[in-house]
Design a protein around this ligand. Sequence first.
Ligand code: NAP
Ligand code: ZN
Length: 351
Amino acid sequence: MLRTPAYAADKAGAPLKPYSIERREPGPHEVLIDILYCGICHSDVHQVRDEWGGSIFPMVPGHEIVGRVTETGAQVKKWQVGDTVGIGCFVDSCRTCEACRSGEEQFCEEGMNATYNGYERDRKTPTYGGYSTRITVNEDYVLRIPPNLPLPGAAPLLCAGITTYSPLRHFGVMPGAKVGVIGLGGLGHMGVKIASAMGAHVTVLSHSPAKMDDALRLGAADFLLTAEQNAFKENARRFDFILDTVSAKHNYNAYLNLLKRDGTMVLVGIPEPTTLSAGSLVMQRRRLAGSLIGGIRETQEMLDFCGEHGIVADVEVIPIDRINEAYERMLRSDVRYRFVIDLASLKKEAA
Ligand code: NAP
Ligand code: ZN
């Protein structure tokens, strides 16, 4: 076993603090990865606070991991020592169900093995995420990072990038489509960059007036301040597609009314439940859908797309001892636009 420094929360809502975990020596099909950077996702905050229920403690969050392969198991074919790689939201799945065979491992019928706040295939060994210095993962659940992308900005692609790329592709957003992105945070700002690169006409819908200039700089063609009195009335039936990335409770009906006839709104944010009125859908034959990260094949496709278009997240790199402050700032919508932990700080702290 490989004793490995980490940061963990020991119970729901507790601050994260230094902790020590064991990583296994790589098995025949596994690689050991030295973690360089790990993004902080709002899902980390939800799960540490046990807002979705069933959280497993102690919890070492982190599912936007980039690092270097330092050891390979005897039968590993895909990776070599020194490769720059990524790990996203899951580290394994059953591989045999219909979802896994279709490359949609995130919907594995047995349940994917989440990178943290989950269990390994044995269903009893807890998984620990990227707020740590190394991780052992099966070679099939490792992604290749395009060599032209700066690593701190590439880390958030492993969750925020794929979570926004996948629904844009799945629901067939075309060049010229009128796309609204609700919430300019980690997911939202990736949605803006990716949808713009796909040729869509993107409008940011935000409750933060100070984010307008950034929205336009990131590639949006327009900015709509949702706090403004007439915003919803004046923009009724404007969009073909809306991507909702908001992490806090909000009124879906108000946003659905911004869709054209036959328009689609996709939820990726996972706040507390709220009510939906049938009329918001019925009146213009609108659709409301959800989407969860993406499979391994599509995640690699997204990384390659970002490599070709030179897309990375706008990041604020922090040492690991500033995690709790970063969580507080995310809760105030004060993130520009992803916090990323530099794990060199943890290696130094633990030395
Ligand atoms: P984030 O960086 O904190 O961004 C969330 C944004 O939502 C904020 O920046 C803010 O944007 C907006 N917002 C927050 N509170 C609001 C409020 N009270 N009213 C209106 N808008 C508000 O979070 P994230 O990491 O992007 O994650 C967003 C959500 O997606 C979370 O619920 C997370 O768990 C979920 N998620 C889902 C998946 C999936 O696979 N479906 C994957 C990753 C994350 P403005 O300031 O611009 O309004
Ligand atoms: Zn995430």
